[in-house]
Ligand binder design. Structure first.
Ligand code: 16G
Ligand code: ZN
Length: 537
């Protein structure tokens, strides 16, 4: 049987739902799990093409729908260095997913391989994992069928967090090279992370305990596993209270808990029972987002979101670079999106005196911009982000000869951070350990961290529109180019508010337009958001 015939036959087991069209968006394919069989089968074929195009390097496939409800699922590809799939390939993913019949899929696969000059007889490799959703194992059968039909050698990592799969992908591809990223196993991830955490603390102690809300997702079991590798709290470890870690009842996933619930609702998950001033954080369903918060008896709920994590990391890394004697040689920069609070942007540029780049929403855009700095700190306000060190920065850090004990100590911490921080993608587990390291070094609690700057009051509204595609945003989504005249109207409104700022952009994940507004007071921010929202209907 020709390999094309096996692709067509395999596809017959996972027919494309009629009248359903698919798009590889900001977070891959994501929707009701019951619609995804054909998509996952076809993603396996795409992984075959991508791996073959890249001389047999290993491609990662993650089955997850992150913070979405339990009945959803999704799938995305990870490139060899652990980054998101290269943007130009998203359209190929969409083409395969939308091929109308099994035969049309066979043809699309063949056409793509010809157009992209891919030798289908060359080796192809993939690694894959899934989150804890009930639909995961069934979707894996579709993935395996696709791998087998396309002749892809594969390794099943079973349950992993999304960032762990990114880590493993990079490890597999760098094994035995000068850029070796670590052991390509789940255990290798824990060992590397725990060792780096202890080294980064450098004898400092984490003060008190941290409550971690795991969104009843895959982060729960994985954090319990990581804890086994961490030193005792008295000796370079941390005292954790792990909550919302139920993965036995899948319907509890992301329900009234998790980073998205906390960020959107501006309140603690009820089941966490957070006591006043307790240090708390929340992961999302696949553990790539992180949000901190605490409750103050008088002033209520305080959220420390992605902007806060970015500013804290930039402050600390900038100080370490200077204290190590590398201030001139390591240019630290921060990448944000239009959703970053204006208070954070002013703090970074005016107080920390660091450059800020603004990009479109979506991790791939931020990550790409961050690689332009020696040390690029990027976080979306929703808590997804990391710190990336360029190759040159790593060389400088690892080769530098410190001139004093103080420089040596800062350099050691910096080196440990390059190991602790997941360089491939935002990773809630390594991100919260990073935050804890910084707070321990500064002897700060969440209250002190919260005082570094004030957020401008802000409001985000979701507006249902007949056709979101007419909204074309430019300038890192801060301005609308289409419909004509809309931006001038928004500008006119914004001009009436103190410290006013507002923008509208079409969502990349839902059929809606999102309107963000900030202003000097809560009332003004609410009003501005409402008025701009009315303009776009
Ligand atoms: C996706 C993105 C997330 C972004 C969100 C915006 C990744 C892995 N995920 O979930 O970063 O914040 O989309 O959604 O890039 P929106 O376009 O609906 O506002
Ligand atoms: Zn996520």
């Amino acid at each position: 049987m020709s390999s094309m015939q096996s692709i067509i036959d395999g596809s017959g087991k996972f027919p494309k739902p009629k009248d359903q069209s698919f798009q590889y968006g900001t977070a891959g394919f994501r929707m009701k799990a019951s619609l995804l069989d054909s998509v996952v089968y076809r993603v396996a074929l795409l992984a075959s093409l991508r791996s073959r195009k890249l001389n047999g390097q290993t491609i990662g496939v993650m089955i997850t729908a992150s913070h979405n409800p339990p009945e959803d699922n999704g799938v995305k590809l990870v490139d060899p260095m652990g980054e998101m799939l290269e943007a130009s390939w998203e359209t190929y993913a969409t083409t395969l997913a939308n091929a109308a019949s099994d035969e049309a899929l066979g043809e699309a696969y063949e056409t793509l391989s010809k157009d992209l000059n891919i030798d289908l007889s060359s080796p192809a490799r993939a690694v894959f994992a899934r989150d804890t959703r009930a639909s995961g194992p069934h979707l894996v059968t579709a993935l395996l069928e696709g791998f087998n039909a396309a002749g892809v050698k594969h390794t099943d990592y079973e349950l992993l967090t999304t960032p762990q799969l990114h880590y493993v992908t990079r490890c597999v591809n760098t094994k035995g090279t000068p850029f070796d990223y670590g052991e390509p196993t789940e255990q290798g991830y824990y060992e590397k992370t725990a060792k780096a955490f202890k080294a980064a603390l450098g004898g400092k102690k984490v003060n008190g305990s941290l409550t971690v809300d795991c969104a009843n997702g895959v982060g729960g079991p994985k954090l319990h596993e990581l804890v086994k590798y961490l030193a005792p709290a008295s000796d370079g470890g941390i005292d954790l209270r792990i909550v919302n870690d139920d993965v036995v009842r899948p319907e509890r996933l992301n329900h009234q808990c998790g980073a998205d619930f906390v960020k959107t609702g501006q309140r603690a998950p009820p089941a966490s029972h957070a006591a006043p001033l307790e240090r708390c954080c929340s992961l999302d369903g696949d553990a790539d987002r992180l949000i901190y918060y605490f409750i103050d008896k008088e002033s209520g709920f305080h959220l420390l979101d992605g902007d806060r994590i970015a500013t804290l990391a930039a402050l600390f890394v900038g100080d370490l670079a200077r204290n190590a004697g590398l201030g001139e040689k390591l240019k630290v920069g921060v990448v944000q999106t239009a959703y970053a609070n204006g208070g954070s942007t002013s703090y970074i540029t005016q107080d920390l005196k660091l450059p800020v780049t603004c990009t479109n929403t979506g991790v791939k855009h931020l990550h790409h911009a961050a690689t332009k700095f020696d040390v690029g700190v990027y976080f979306e306000a929703n808590g997804h982000g990391t710190v990336v060190f360029s190759e040159l920065a790593l060389k400088r850090i690892n080769k530098y000869d410190p001139k004093s004990p103080a420089q040596a100590s800062a350099l050691d911490t910096l080196k440990a951070l390059t190991q602790l921080i997941n360089q491939t993608v935002g990773d809630a587990l390594s991100d919260f350990l990073l935050v804890e390291v910084i707070l321990a070094h500064k002897a700060w609690g969440l209250h002190e961290w919260d005082l570094t700057y004030s957020d401008l009051p802000n409001r985000l509204v979701r507006v249902e529109v007949p056709d979101r595609n007419i909204f074309k945003a430019v300038d890192a989504e801060r301005k609308l180019e289409n419909p004509p005249g809309a931006q001038a109207q928004i500008d006119a409104l914004v001009g009436k508010y103190r410290s006013g700022r507002s923008f509208a952009r079409a969502s990349g994940t839902e059929d809606a337009v999102r309107v963000y507004a900030e202003a000097a007071t809560r009332g003004e921010a609410d009003e501005l958001a409402t008025l701009v929202g009315r303009l776009v209907i």
